[in-house]
Design a protein around this ligand. Sequence first.
Ligand SMILES: Cc1cc2nc3c(=O)[nH]c(=O)nc-3n(C[C@H](O)[C@H](O)[C@H](O)COP(=O)(O)O)c2cc1C
Length: 251
Amino acid sequence: MKILVIIGSLRKGNTYQTVQKIEQYHKKFAGCEYEYLFLKDMNLGLCKGCFTCIAKGEEHCPLKDDRDLIVQKIEASDGVILASPNYAANVSWLMKNCIDRFAYTCHRPKYFNQKFMLLVTSGSYMGVKNALKALSILVSGGKIIRRLSVYNSPDMNESKRKIQEDKIKKSTEEFAKVLSKTNGSKPPFSYLIWFSVFKASSVKSQKGLPADFHHYKDKEYFVDCDLNSFQKTSIKILTSFFSFMITKGFV
Ligand SMILES: Cc1cc2nc3c(=O)[nH]c(=O)nc-3n(C[C@H](O)[C@H](O)[C@H](O)COP(=O)(O)O)c2cc1C
């Protein structure tokens, strides 16, 4: 079981230490191998906001750096932990830049085979929800198993500290349990709807977003898989329905 940890902290502080606890607990439940990616040490340039990755395709991004290495590492993993400290009621700027660099995956989702845990460490409750929501954007088509927030206030008493420890342990147990299950080969119906919406809107916006149009044009579903005739028919009907709604301006 391969676990990739992507850390958005600028130091080896609370966030790193919390993930190390997760790793220790995880290794008690199941065989697993952890790899840490520190965004601070990676060559990941600042998003220029040119929109090229979304409109023309990620291969046209003017920045040539470690972005695709991160994609490869995520795709080679069974589980991914996205970990960021909460800075000013959101993820760190390093993590936010990473999210922006992968904004194209909101249009053309990936990671359907990966399971994710989201981790935010913070000093209080302020902004934790925002930070977790921001991390979820990076998950793309993957499955979020657990959203974990851990508090590190220096004046925390022993009982509060224990509550945090228990949270880490419980979340890790759940993560390990779900990871040990094999992925079902059948996409859930909600994903068929999701795909149909993307496919229908990619036709409507083909001039402005040619990358989406080319991506979905010949696709039966997000990824290659054996769809049964019910699923194929559902996608056809749903795509026609959403195309109609889009053309009429209802969505
Ligand atoms: C610049 C900065 C801003 C912060 N803003 C918040 C915040 O808005 N809410 C909060 O609960 N904690 C906040 N904190 C506390 C950190 O989230 C917390 O200490 C975190 O565990 C630090 O993780 P790290 O050691 O990996 O950097 C902030 C810390 C820093 C340095």
